[in-house]
Design a protein around this ligand. Structure first.
Ligand code: SAM
Length: 202
């Protein structure tokens, strides 16, 4: 795959092929349009599903979905927090276009804000009750580690950092870093090689 044909390229070159996913997540019937050139276009990724099924969300929260892709995590979070606010970010323009479309067809466009940008750049000076992410593990450990150790700057006191990763693919190091960064952690869910970790900013 050439460098601008990964799912984490800014402008994927793969010819656009559209897909439609119908599913029920956390009690909500949802439709997602996805496309070639974005992460897991044909089905909800197993890690994403595990994170969505186990994530802790309270209505009224300010939520950040970092690396939103076509938007499944942020959109379910918005359904669970209708009086909250969800910012969804990514560097893949095609993914952001789909996330906007999906927010609209799933009727959450009023409470989501979809932004382009690298890691925490689009949310500089903002703080969240929770940061949720299925990080781009294929883009390298360094990027994933940065997502963890910069997270406290963007969380309110008592805020939760929730991340899913493949345990065998560098995940052990990520788990250790969450523990070191927050001084605590819990495993929210574990299935088929994926784990969902949560760290609380004390
Ligand atoms: C593993 S995918 C998860 C996508 C989506 N949240 C899901 O679960 O289906 C990671 C996402 O992070 C995005 N990404 C990669 N590098 C990034 C960066 N530096 N800043 C923000 N997002 C990035 C990718 O484009 C991709 O959409």
């Amino acid at each position: 795959m050439s460098s601008n044909n990964h799912y984490f390229a800014e402008r994927p070159r793969a010819k656009i092929k559209l897909y439609k996913i119908r599913t029920n997540l956390r009690g909500h019937d949802l439709v997602f349009y996805t496309a070639s050139g974005v992460f897991s276009p044909k089905r909800i990724d197993r890690g994403t599903r595990l994170l969505i099924e186990s994530m802790i969300i309270e209505d009224g929260w300010n939520i950040l979905d970092l690396g939103t892709g076509y938007g499944p995590i942020g959109i379910v979070a918005a359904k669970m927090a209708p009086h909250g606010y969800v910012i969804m970010t990514d560097i893949n323009r095609r993914a952001l276009w789909l996330a906007k479309l999906n927010a609209k067809i799933n009727n959450v466009e009023r409470i989501v804000d979809i932004r382009y940008g690298h890691l925490y750049k689009p949310v500089r000076n903002e703080k969240f009750n929770t940061i949720i992410t299925n990080p781009p593990q294929s883009a390298g450990m360094e990027l994933c580690m940065k997502i963890i150790y910069e997270a406290p700057k963007y969380l309110v006191s008592g805020g939760l950092f929730q991340m899913v990763f493949r345990h065998g693919k560098g995940g052990r190091r990520l788990a250790k870093l969450i523990e070191e960064t927050f001084g605590n952690y819990e495993i929210l869910a574990s299935r088929a090689g994926y784990r969902v970790y949560v760290g609380k900013l004390e």
